[in-house]
Every structure is written in structure tokens, then in C-alpha cells.
Design a protein. Sequence first.
Length: 160
Amino acid sequence: MSESETKCCSSLHLTYANLILSLWIGLRLFMAGVDKFRSGDGAQNVTFSMENYATKTARIAKLMADNSFLPPNMCDMYAKSIGYVLLAVGAWVVVGLFTEFALLIAGFTVLSLGFGLAALPDDTEVVYIGVHILVIAGALATCRNKGISLDGLFFRKKSD
């Protein structure tokens, strides 16, 4: 086997790892954004609407304002925008364009969710946010091997 074949194939596992991690992060964020528009018990009567979004975000804003030092209008702005941020960042990470920056923004988005959860009286969910941060860090660590993404297709280095 030549040196170029060894170099190519030895990083293939990192390329696959980056793909799987990026897809997980992007799809998880996107579906968390979709969930902000959902109402119902899951099995029946599930609806997606702007009214559901307004109800959920009002609840989030009140919980954050009541349990943190942040002013209510700041909590309201955050809560009203988080669903759209989750949708946009999730789609961006899945598409794989400007991967490092997309994952950095995903990390900051998840970090903001962690801050919001930490402000609540029962903050046991924060552990899951920490796991998400570790997954994002893993995806960032494998970004040198982003061959299966739009970055990998558009910005591939030419071999000599």
C-alpha cells in the first residue's frame, strides 16, 4: 500500500465519525426547534402551530425570569427566538457548510440552553446539556476530516 493510500484510509474513520456526530447534532437541534411548535400527547391530537410556539415560549420566559437574575424582557426575547435559532442552526450543521463555525454556533446555542436550564429550580436536565457539549466538542475535534459534507466537496484540497 502506498503512503497516500495509507494516509487516505487511516483518516476515513474520522471522516465517518465527523459525519455521524454532525448529523446527530444538527438533527437533534432541528427537532428541538420543531418541538417548540408542537402540542399534544404524542400519540394523538398532535398539532404544530404558531399558537403552540407562543404558549411554550411564554412559559419558558416566565420560568427563566422567575428563577434567574435576568430581566423579564430579556428572558422573553430569548424564549421567543430560541425555536427559530434551533431550527436554523440544526439545518446549518446538517448541511455541512462552514462546518467549524456552524458547530461553534451549535455549541453556543446548547450552552445557552444549559444556562436557561441551570436557572430553573429542578436543573437535573443540565447533565444532558453537558453530554451534548461533549458531542459537539467531538465533532469539532474531527473537523479536519469533513470529507462527507459540503465543505469537503467545495473546499477539497487538490492532491499533487
